[in-house]
Design a protein around this ligand. Structure first.
Ligand SMILES: Nc1ncnc2c1ncn2[C@@H]1O[C@H](COP(=O)(O)OP(=O)(O)OP(=O)(O)O)[C@@H](O)[C@H]1O
Length: 270
């Protein structure tokens, strides 16, 4: 495809339009292959800190795979072969030396469907804290409250903290899972279509939380909902068949798309 924007263009885009941003993730020449397919093709991408970067693109273009590379969930799939580098805070997480637990602690993962642990609301958050080595009961109690407030769930559950998390509504479960992820105090939140199983009101609540959280966290969000991308994105990565086709500040991507593929995607999405 001749109109694909190269890594040089991407760096130029960041340099010209986002020169003040602090990079937190720096992906260089990332390729992911399975036995039969070249899933991600020479990905070069800089993700700025404390911003929301949205990954957009048609189904099967590689968005989830890119997200999975960033916390090495790809390790679970022996058929996937990765090369290139993903630097987080300047360290290459794809190098064998890097401790996978340390990577996962830097990343909170929010999936399409919430998976609360089969325990109480309280213990779901306490679990994340214990993973971090927090054992003091008073601190756990204080942090459970803090993280439930952070996702605007506290008022809804404060009188039933010891009841099963699985009795919460799906929207509440998604906020609980977000709180559980935040309890590990990650730097980055990876969110894969986090509102796809939610009703419109719960979706808006999660969206609002993401907007609030970006002061303290970097958010990388996969969504198929164009309006959601427009509401939330600071930066947009548009992917097509495993390649990055366009990347830049959200207003430029949405108002001045350069490639025909992106123009068409934006038109169909309306
Ligand atoms: N473990 C795997 N083994 C082989 N192929 C895979 C594997 N994981 C993903 N793929 C393939 O890689 C391509 C990209 O998949 P991916 O899930 O990243 O796309 P996506 O853009 O997130 O799609 P969607 O929007 O539908 O969720 C698809 O063709 C998929 O079948």
């Amino acid at each position: 495809m001749s109109n694909i924007i190269t890594s040089t263009d991407i760096n130029a885009a960041l340099g010209n339009n986002a020169g003040n941003e602090v990079p937190i993730v720096n992906i260089r020449n990332l390729n992911v292959r399975s036995k039969s397919a070249h899933i991600l093709k020479d990905i070069n991408l800089i993700i700025p800190k404390n911003k929301i970067t949205v990954l957009l693109g048609p189904s099967g273009c590689g968005k989830t795979t890119l997200l999975k590379c960033m916390n090495r969930l790809t390790d679970l799939y022996s058929e996937l072969k990765l090369d290139g580098s993903i630097e987080i805070d300047g360290e290459d997480i794809l190098s064998g030396k890097y401790d996978i637990t340390q990577i996962r602690q830097k990343m909170g993962l929010v999936m399409q469907r919430p998976f609360p642990l089969p325990m109480s609301i309280y213990d779901n958050i306490a679990y994340g804290l214990k993973l971090k080595g927090v054992t003091n009961k008073a601190i756990i109690k204080e942090k459970v409250e803090k993280h439930l407030k952070e996702v605007a769930l506290w008022d809804e559950v404060k009188d039933r903290l010891k009841t099963s998390a699985q009795r919460l509504s799906i929207g509440q479960q998604q906020r609980l899972c977000l709180a559980r992820g935040l309890a590990v105090e990650p730097e980055i939140i990876l969110a894969d279509e986090p509102t796809s199983a939610l009703d419109p009101i719960s979706s808006r609540v999660i969206e609002e939380e993401f907007s609030n959280l970006k002061d303290d966290y970097t958010i990388i969000l996969v969504t198929h909902i164009l309006r959601q991308a427009k509401r939330l994105a600071d930066f947009v990565v548009f992917m097509y068949y495993g390649e990055i086709v366009e990347y830049g500040p959200a207003n430029e991507i949405f108002e001045n798309p350069k490639t025909d593929i992106l123009k068409e995607y934006l038109q169909v999405g309306h």
